[in-house]
Design a protein around this ligand. Structure first.
Ligand SMILES: Cc1cc2nc3c(=O)[nH]c(=O)nc-3n(C[C@H](O)[C@H](O)[C@H](O)COP(=O)(O)O)c2cc1C
Ligand code: SF4
Ligand code: SF4
Length: 315
């Protein structure tokens, strides 16, 4: 099992002052983060794990310069309870060759539904051994009052504390694969229900086109053109626009705000998974295992529990 060796020996419980002693030399952080929340969580985690972090920007479809066999960290956002399809596709192109991996999904307070399970399934298919997983909160990239300011200092404490537990697990040589919440089959693939448009005041600066992970934007001498077949509503261009003239259509924003706005007062806790709770992969019968928290959030947020009706598009 190709562990990247921790600098010091083993420790069953890590106290924060011991974290530095256990840190690895290097880790690769494979990150898909259109508006930066996932990257913040991923970087905080990876920086607590290793002295050197190679940031592999999956929004730019980058590849790792020197993969080696060290621990890999994967961080991806949740779109409608799944991974964004382009993120899934890019992660699916990376070979694991038995490498140890840590999976992180980052979501905007509503729910992460099947996204973490989907990420772990892809990593297992690609030959990674996922030994720890986490679901962390960031600002909701569409309705930014939800989870506003997160990840914050308390989240950073959670993330660094989780990194300590992961280092301790690696130090013990424990490569058990944890079980995570979610259902198979997953919720339907995410399909964008709308696309940002550009209103008056655009300076044709081109920043929106530069940050678009899928090259859906062309800036001509006169206007900004969006290829709606390619755009997956990731909000990167909206966040990057210095003139704030790039936005989802007002009726769409009104509907999203009406639906998600009440979550602005909710502080959803981060969750981490280090231990196997059921055989993995989950058995086909009697039914897919669902984490109790996921069942609770299904009831409260309209996401799907096992056997219920298929969901509508739920960001
Ligand atoms: C199209 C879309 C769908 C989303 N779906 C969900 C969702 O199902 N549940 C949730 O809690 N947050 C959802 N969010 C919020 C993002 O998961 C959250 O803002 C995340 O931090 C975005 O990552 P980024 O900052 O790296 O871009 C969605 C955001 C977008 C743009
Ligand atoms: S970032 Fe904003 S101002 Fe710049 S080209 Fe795009 S829409 Fe126009
Ligand atoms: S055009 Fe669409 S895919 Fe490209 S950055 Fe904007 S929202 Fe994301």
């Amino acid at each position: 099992m190709p562990f990247y060796p921790p600098k010091a020996g083993t420790a069953s419980i890590i106290r924060s002052e011991h974290l530095a002693m256990l840190m690895m030399d290097k880790t690769d952080l494979f990150c898909f983060s259109p508006t930066g929340g996932t990257a913040e969580v991923g970087r905080t985690f990876a920086d607590a794990m290793a002295d050197v972090v190679e940031f592999v920007d999956l929004c730019r479809n980058e590849t790792v310069s020197n993969p080696g066999d060290g621990v890999a960290v994967f961080a991806a956002p949740v779109f409608a309870g799944r991974l964004p399809p382009v993120a899934a596709e890019r992660i699916r192109s990376i070979d694991g060759h038995g490498r140890i991996a840590i999976s992180l999904v980052v979501y905007g307070t509503r729910a992460y539904d099947d996204a973490l399970l989907e990420l772990n399934d892809i990593l297992a298919e690609r030959g990674f051994t996922v030994i720890a997983s986490g679901a962390f909160i960031a600002e909701h990239s569409i309705v930014r009052s939800v989870g506003s300011g997160r990840p914050d200092g308390r989240d950073a404490d959670d993330i660094v504390g989780f990194a300590g537990k992961v280092l301790a697990k690696i130090g013990r040589g424990d490569s058990t694969v944890p079980s995570v919440p979610g259902n198979r089959p997953y919720r339907p693939d995410f399909v964008a229900s709308s696309h940002p448009t550009t209103s008056n005041g655009c300076t044709l600066c081109g920043r929106c086109a530069k940050v678009c992970p899928v090259g859906a934007i062309t800036v001509t001498d006169e206007k900004v053109v969006t290829d709606e077949r390619t755009c997956f509503m990731c909000m990167a261009c909206v966040k990057a626009c210095p003139e704030r003239v790039r936005n989802l259509p007002a009726p769409v924003m009104d509907a999203m705000t009406a639906k998600l706005g009440p979550l602005a007062s909710v502080r959803r806790p981060n969750e981490t998974f280090l231990r196997r709770q059921r055989p993995y992969p989950a058995p086909a019968s009697p039914g897919p295992w669902t984490h109790p928290a996921s069942r609770a959030s299904s009831r409260s947020s309209g996401s799907r529990g096992a056997g219920s009706a298929p969901p509508t598009d739920s960001p």
